[in-house]
Design a protein around this ligand. Sequence first.
Ligand SMILES: *Cc1c(COP(=O)(O)O)cnc(C)c1O
Length: 403
Amino acid sequence: MAISAKSRKAIELAEKYGAHNYHPLPVVITRAKGVFVWDVDGKRYFDFLSAYSALNQGHNHPKIVAAAKAQLGRLALTSRAFHNERMGPFLKLLCQAAGKDRALLMNSGAEAVETAIKAMRLWGYRRKGVDADQAEIIVCDHNFHGRTTTIVGFSSDPDSSADFGPATPGFVRIPFGDADALKSAIGRNTVGFLFEPIQGEAGVIIPPKGYLKAVRRYCSMYNVLMCADEIQTGLGRTGSMFACEADGVAPDLYVLGKALSGGLYPVSALVGNDEVLSLFTPGTHGSTFGGNPLACAIGEAALTVLQQERLAQRSSKMGAHLLAKLKTLKHPKLKEVRGRGLLLALEFMIPVRPLVEDLMRRGLLAKDTHEFTIRLAPPLVITEAQADAAFRILRDALSAFPE
Ligand SMILES: *Cc1c(COP(=O)(O)O)cnc(C)c1O
């Protein structure tokens, strides 16, 4: 593929000095606004990845940027050894949005998942009465919860876990979308069920109708914490504030990240009720940067934008619009078109990397996941005209995609 000397130089430098733990598309982005990014040669692209849903509010949302700028140069970090006046308002807004008592702030998504694992174990020993070191957490096949040693230890993806063992004990894996499997897997030492309401990294896998309701029922029946990793599905991405909400279900714990900062900064959280969150006491958990004033100023603005601009409703409406158009696409190797809200996917019977690269040439950035699936997840601020223009690019690329 022809790429400019400027792009090539930037790529070569990163490839030479960086670890090769990603396989990026050969595009070098230098600025962004809303649903668009521009490369170093001035070419514009639709961003249909949104940094894996961290950019629900769109790139550089002016209100979030303004909040960040107002805080930068004033106070960025105190550590939790002292109070700062930005944390309280953000926590309050977050808890109100989730309908929960308390939140614990971290930075990356994986750290918030680790926090959830610790919280579930803590609750298991202190409240459920599980014997020391016997706590079990149930997870799903094809899960994606992050990249720490413990988390990859219970992944079913060999690329993620191979040669990173030994795996942390205390996890049991069951098929996703099968509530009976959950019921059978629950034992006396089960403290929690950690799951994604829709599996994002696995290729936008939507569970059968009624699954989350059944999960809620079994978790309540057997005194097991229901812990929804909504790092990717939450905050409007799937057409409601939380994906669990669409099924009329409230989990005990929400794990949030990504769009919690609108993409400006790493901000993550575990959100839940006193029953669990009040078990943390000084010294039991922490993070130097977690809950820092810059993160809180950005997080508060990011949540406010989601609410004020009704981005969950917008995601629902634009998602339905785009899904209906995508369903008209015809290609002999196109297996399925699916999605909810603006978390959409096209699954093929052949590898899609060439299609992804052609889309890039045509001005639309999306990423293949697990070789056969393209995930389509534009910022939720996308307009109907923009969605239609992006659809035309997809349609044209598909008609040129060899069978
Ligand atoms: C991205 C993601 C994570 C991990 O978040 P990081 O910020 O990359 O650590 C965890 N769970 C889900 C569902 C995700 O999509």
